[in-house]
Structures are given as structure tokens and as C-alpha cells.
Design a protein around this ligand. Structure first.
Ligand code: SF4
Length: 339
């Protein structure tokens, strides 16, 4: 009896890895054998948006390289604090009029913010200033969301998004799935997550079983920006998900100093396919305050896409899109090179 209780309450491997994430820039720099030249800026930027980097992700960073594209995504730097015209706290105007935990931006899809926060804090995140605390979901809110969805026949897909929905324990995910099962028009459940990349052990047997038993097909949209973010552990997690019938897609953000190179983007698409994931979107950066140093201009983005189209089969070329507040969908960019 005692042993059983212990095993029920002991944190799972993924929860231990979550708790062990780097949150102190000084510790991360020391771990990677980097000097403290940028430490003051890192600490100041981390005070605005905390650093968080799980160890399985950090293990893929090349030690001693301050320009490593994976490090660039997670290390706070002083440039985040420099004002930049046009870069604002809420670039997609999500913070006004939203119901707790629910965003209904697109007609047929409702987006549920099941958990605030993520396992990793990406420095370019468009929700880096999002008031997650106002969107905490308890059982009453989940029931209300389920009623909202069931009352709107035009909603045929629910998207669980970030914060990272897989930070929820399996029991909380199961409760949501059960509540949504009352909406007869739903055809898909979609999950936007970076956890299987940053902490692959999150793909537990229990989670896979839950997704396999859901009353609708499940689509998982990963967020990977560079081919080195995928390793053997991610491959194994993807195999478990695919064996359960889950469709795997990926969205990336085009980021200066990370993946603004056609060879890197082509290698990313090839590596994703090796893992059983299809490239879906390549987003232009959302202009959130603190991320201006990541921006790649539209002309350069189009030129990169032209190189990708020449280098890859069409099914490995993601759609280049920008999200525009108030538009009924993501806005695809015209890829014809304008004079
Ligand atoms: S995983 Fe996504 S939601 Fe979370 S910090 Fe990164 S970009 Fe933002």
C-alpha cells in the first residue's frame, strides 16, 4: 500500500526534468563554458522575461559557442531591452476581450490556453507579455469552455495552445477531452507544443494512450526552428505518437541568427521528415517588444523561400505566413519576387 501511494505521488521523469531546468543565466553560461561578458545584460533581460531552459534542450547546444543557434533562442541578452518602433507588448491584440482560457480568433477553430507558461522560454515569444495568470483554468472554466464550443456548430476543431498545454498532467488533459466530447460537431483536436522537443520524456505511455482513445483524430503541431533541436530521444517520442495515430506537423519562426539560411531551413525540413513530422508553417516574426533583434525582413524571407522551393520537394516546403491581428486566418506571403 505504501509503495503504491509512493509511486502515485512521485513526480514523473518529465516533471523532474522540468524542475531541473536552467533558470539562472550565470549557471547556464558556466555550464556551457562561456564567459560572463554578457551576464549583466542577460540578468537585466531575464528580469523582464525569465530565462527557462530544460536540460535535454541545453544538451544539444555546442559548448563554448556564444552564437549557437539553440543558445540564441533561450539566452536573455541586453538587446531585448532596447526600444524598437512597432514592437509592442501584444502584437496580435489577444489581451482584450478574451474569455478566460479561450481565444476564438478563427471561425471554425477555438483556441484553449490550458496552462500558462512553458517548459522553455523562447526569447522571441509573441506571448512573452501575455497575462497567463488571468487565464488559469479550473474545472468550472473547462466546463464553461466546453459549453461555449458545444453551442457553436461552426467550431469543428479545438486547439490547445501556449503556454504549453502538455505542461498539464494527463488527468487534466483527460478531463478536458471528456468535457469536449459533449460537442458532437468536433472533428479534430490539435495540440501546439514544444515539450516533446525540449523534454521528450513528456510523451509518456499514459499520454499516448489518452490521445489514442480520444474521440477525434489528434494533430500535434511542434515548434522546431533548427535541425539540431531534434535528437534520438525526440525521434523515439515521435515514433510513440505516430504509432498511436497522431498526425505530426511543425511550425517554425524565421529568426535572424538562428535559421535565416536556406541550407539550415532545408536541413530542418529533411530532419523533420526523418522524424515523421511534416513542415507546416514558417512564420515571420510577430513584432513583440523585446524581439526586434530576431527580425528577418520580408524580402529576405521571400528569397529564402525561393531557394527552398528549388532545393526541396514541395511537401517539405513550409508555407511562409504572417499573423495579422483581426484577419480571419494566417496571411500567406506571395512568393513571387517583386522588383
Ligand atoms: S514554446 Fe511557444 S508559447 Fe512557449 S515560450 Fe516558446 S514560443 Fe512561446
Amino acid at each position: 500500500m505504501t509503495a503504491a501511494l509512493t509511486s502515485i505521488s512521485a513526480p514523473a521523469a518529465w516533471q523532474r526534468e522540468l524542475a531541473a531546468a536552467f533558470t539562472d543565466p550565470r549557471a547556464l553560461l558556466a555550464h556551457l563554458g562561456l564567459g560572463e561578458g554578457e551576464l549583466a545584460g542577460a540578468l537585466a533581460a531575464a528580469a523582464d522575461f525569465p530565462m527557462r531552459a530544460p536540460r535535454p534542450y541545453v544538451a544539444r547546444i555546442v559548448p563554448g559557442d556564444p552564437a549557437d543557434p539553440l543558445l540564441r533562442q533561450i539566452l536573455p541578452i541586453a538587446a531585448e531591452l532596447a526600444p524598437a518602433p512597432g514592437f509592442v507588448a501584444d502584437p496580435l491584440v489577444e489581451q482584450t476581450g478574451a474569455r478566460p482560457g479561450l481565444l476564438h480568433k478563427y471561425r471554425s477553430r477555438a483556441l484553449v490556453i490550458l496552462r500558462g507558461g512553458c517548459a522553455i522560454n523562447c526569447r522571441y515569444c509573441f506571448r512573452r507579455h501575455f497575462p497567463y495568470g488571468e487565464h488559469a483554468l479550473g474545472p468550472a472554466e473547462i466546463e464553461e469552455i466546453a459549453r461555449y464550443v458545444a453551442a457553436r456548430p461552426e467550431i469543428n476543431e479545438v486547439i490547445l495552445s501556449g503556454g504549453d498545454p502538455l505542461l498539464a498532467k494527463d488527468a487534466a488533459l483527460a478531463s478536458l477531452v471528456d468535457a469536449l466530447a459533449a460537442a458532437p460537431q468536433l472533428r479534430r483536436l490539435r495540440i501546439h507544443t514544444r515539450l516533446p522537443i525540449t523534454i521528450p520524456s513528456r510523451i509518456t505511455a499514459g499520454l499516448v494512450d489518452l490521445l489514442a482513445r480520444a474521440p477525434w483524430p489528434t494533430v500535434i503541431v511542434f515548434h522546431v526552428n533548427h535541425p539540431r533541436e531534434l535528437d534520438d530521444a525526440v525521434d523515439a517520442a515521435c515514433r510513440r505518437l505516430r504509432a498511436a495515430g497522431v498526425t505530426l506537423l511543425n511550425q517554425s519562426v524565421l529568426l535572424r541568427g538562428v535559421n535565416d539560411d536556406a541550407r539550415v531551413l532545408a536541413a530542418l525540413s529533411e530532419r523533420l521528415f526523418d522524424a515523421g513530422i511534416l513542415p507546416y508553417y514558417l512564420h515571420l516574426l510577430d513584432r513583440v517588444a523585446g524581439a526586434a533583434h530576431f527580425e528577418v525582413d520580408e524580402g529576405r524571407a521571400r528569397a529564402l523561400m525561393a531557394e527552398l522551393l528549388a532545393a526541396l520537394p514541395g511537401f517539405l516546403v513550409p508555407k511562409l505566413v504572417r499573423e495579422v491581428a483581426g484577419e480571419p486566418s494566417k496571411v500567406p506571403l506571395d512568393l513571387r519576387l517583386t522588383p
